[in-house]
Design a protein around this ligand. Sequence first.
Ligand SMILES: Cc1cc2nc3c(=O)[nH]c(=O)nc-3n(C[C@H](O)[C@H](O)[C@H](O)COP(=O)(O)OP(=O)(O)OC[C@H]3O[C@@H](n4cnc5c(N)ncnc54)[C@H](O)[C@@H]3O)c2cc1C
Length: 303
Amino acid sequence: MLSRSLLWVSQKPRVQELVTETPLTRRVVDRFVAGDKLEDAIAAIKDLNSKGIGGILDFLGEGVADAEGASAAAADYLSAIRRIDETKVDTTVSIKLTQLGLAFDKGSCIDHLRVLTAEAQAIGAVVEIDMEQSDYVSDTLDVYRVLHADFPELRLAMQAYLRRTPVDLQMMAAMRPKVRLVKGAYAEPEAVAFQKGVEIDAQYIWLTDWLFQQGRDPALATHDFKLIQHAKSAAAHAGLAKNSYEIQMLFGIRREMQEKLAAGGHRVRTYVPYGSAWYPYLMRRLAERPANLGFFLRAIVRD
Ligand SMILES: Cc1cc2nc3c(=O)[nH]c(=O)nc-3n(C[C@H](O)[C@H](O)[C@H](O)COP(=O)(O)OP(=O)(O)OC[C@H]3O[C@@H](n4cnc5c(N)ncnc54)[C@H](O)[C@@H]3O)c2cc1C
C-alpha cells in the first residue's frame, strides 16, 4: 500500500522537481545507478565480470513522447552495443520499448528494436526486453512475437503480479520463450495485478515451474531468497544443471548474495542502469522497500 502511494506521489511534477533538484539525492542515486555515462556502466560491468557475474546494461529512459526521442534512444543503444564489442565485457542489453516509441508508433519501435537486436547478435550479445506498465503489456508481447521469428535468443521480462501472465505464457508455449521472470515493479490496480505478497509469490512459483518445463533457459530475476531456493530445487528436480538457468539481480541490491551465488557456480547477471533519466527507476527502487525511504531521507538530511 505504501509502495503504491509512493509511486503515485512520485508522478507529481512538483515531487519530481523537489527530488531531482536536491543535490543530496545523488548519494541515493549512486546506490542504484552506475553513473550518468556509458563508461560508468562499462566500468561497473567489468568489476562484476571480475567476480564471475555478467551484466545487463540498461540505458535509463522510458515514456519517450516523440519520434526524435525514440531515434535518439536507439542511437544511444547502438553506441552502447559498439562499446560492448570494443571492451569485450560480458553483458546483455536491456531495453524498455516505450523508450523506442512503443506508446505512439509500434511499427517504428519494431524497426528500431530489429536493428539493435541484429547489431547485438552480430557481436554475440543478447537483447532483453523489459516489461513496463500493464497498459503496454499486449503491445510488448506483439513486438516480442514479431521479432522472435528472426531472433529466438531475445529475452522477455514477464511479471508474476499480473493476473494475465499464466495465460500470456501459455499462448507462447510453442515458441519456448526465453523469459526473465520478475515480481513486477509498477503500481497496478487490483483488477489487473495481485496486491498481496503471498499471492505474488505463489504465482511466481507456479510460473517458475512452468518456465522450467516449457520455457527455455529461464532467468529468475529476484532478490527473494525463498524464490531462488525454489528455482534451485525445481532445477534439481528436473535433473537440470546449475548453468541451465540464470539468476538476475539489480545493481546495488544484495551484492553479497550475488557474489556468493556466482562463487557457488550459478550463472548470475546484474542489471546495471546508467544515464541521467534515473528518476522513475529510483522511485521504483524506493517503493520496493519501505526501509529505503528511511535511507533516502537520512541521506538528504545528513551533512
Ligand atoms: C534483473 C531484474 C530485472 C527487472 N526487470 C523488471 C522489468 O522488466 N519489469 C518490472 O516490472 N520489474 C522488473 N524488475 C523489478 C521486479 O519486478 C521487482 O520489483 C524487484 O526485483 C523487487 O522484487 P524481489 O523479487 O526482489 O522481491 P522483494 O520481495 O521485493 O525483495 C526481496 C528482498 O530483496 C531485497 N530488496 C528487493 N528490492 C529492494 C530494493 N529496492 N532495495 C533494497 N533491497 C531490496 C530486500 O532485502 C527484500 O526483502 C526487475 C528486477 C530484476 C532483479
